[in-house]
Design a protein around this ligand. Structure first.
Ligand code: CUA
Length: 339
């Protein structure tokens, strides 16, 4: 075996292995529903796939039959009998096509109706606003002091209906967590409402499903379904203002945050920083990813993001920052304390 073919075989094996692992992860699949809405959509998907497969096989079968007949007879039939057969075939084809279209139309409408029936006045309302290229997440509450803003990671209690209110601050995005619901377009100037529910605890991966500019591919989110008790603990923790720095380094880090450009875009509740251009950082350290799923939330990645976000996610609003090594260490210590 030549070196080139050995290399090709190695690449193929690696691709197959990655594909296998991706399949094993089991999430971000519309065929693995984690709630009632996704289950309805899966039923429709499988039905449409089945109908499509049958129609495809029937068309191929008829085509092969016609080719064989043409080959055998090698002549064009004519006369009243052939004419009648032709008319019957055309009328039969039209009737079958019309029936299939009507049945799929009916089932589409029926699925839409059944999804709409999940509307629940007692649902927990979460407003998700898409923007280039991250998700602002607001938990609504009639009491303003219990209204909570976060980003990119959406905690929900299992078995609880969620009323999802959507909007966009710039261009069209699409909110898609395939295990929980179909795609929901986020349109500027228009507020949409839909309902979803997670029946099992777990992390449901989601992403923007509408091309929205340079970093469309790095606009992910996670829906994290936890027990109602854990959700209540998480919610109370997130409602609290930012942790007050305790070490000298953290205090210096806060000063750097408040005296540099950071304050122009970000909110840290409990400090004078209150802008909503970028994500709310009050509990940044409690999130598992940075920059809408782009990076794991570790010190190294956070440092890279703070210093040179444009090298990681070109076009994002986060500008580069010049910091001396001790300033960077202090800022990171402060940001990492925001649990
Ligand atoms: Cu937002 Cu694609």
């Amino acid at each position: 075996m030549s070196q080139a073919s050995r290399r090709a075989r190695r690449v193929l094996l690696r691709v197959a292995w990655v594909a296998l692992l991706a399949g094993c992860e089991g999430y971000a699949s519309a065929l693995d529903p984690g709630g009632p809405q996704a289950a309805r959509i899966k039923e429709l998907t499988l039905f449409l796939f089945g109908v499509g497969a049958i129609v495809y096989l029937a068309v191929i079968g008829v085509l092969l039959y016609a080719l064989r007949r043409a080959h055998v007879r090698n002549s064009v039939e004519s006369g009243p009998a052939a004419e009648r057969r032709m008319v019957r075939a055309v009328v039969g084809g039209v009737v079958v096509t019309f029936t299939i279209v009507m049945v799929t139309l009916f089932l589409n409408l029926e699925t839409g109706r059944s999804l709409a029936s999940f509307a629940d006045p007692g649902a927990l309302t979460i407003t998700v606003t898409g923007q280039q290229w991250w998700w602002e997440v607001v938990y609504e509450d009639p009491n303003p002091s219990r209204r909570l803003t976060t980003a990119n990671e959406i905690y929900v209690p299992v078995g609880t209906p969620i009323r999802l209110v959507t909007g966009s601050r710039d261009v069209i995005h699409s909110f898609w967590a395939p295990n929980l619901h179909g795609k929901i377009d986020l349109i500027p100037g228009y507020s949409g409402t839909t309902y979803f529910q997670a029946d099992e605890e777990g992390v449901y991966r989601g992403r923007c499903a509408e091309f929205c500019g340079l970093q469309h591919a790095r606009m992910d989110f996670r829906v994290i379904a936890v027990s109602p008790d854990r959700f209540a603990v998480w919610y109370e923790g997130q409602l609290r203002p930012a942790r007050v720095p305790t070490t000298v380094e953290e205090v210096a880090g806060r000063e750097i945050f408040l005296s540099r450009g950071c304050v122009l875009c970000h909110t840290i509740r409990g400090t004078p920083a209150g802008s909503r251009v970028g994500p709310d950082l009050t509990h940044l350290a409690s999130r598992s990813r940075l920059a809408a799923g782009t990076l794991p939330n570790t010190r190294g990645h956070l440092a890279g993001w703070v210093l040179e976000a444009q090298g990681i996610k070109p076009g994002a609003r986060m500008p580069p920052n010049q910091l001396a090594p001790d300033e960077l260490r202090a800022l990171l210590a402060y940001l990492e304390s925001l649990r």
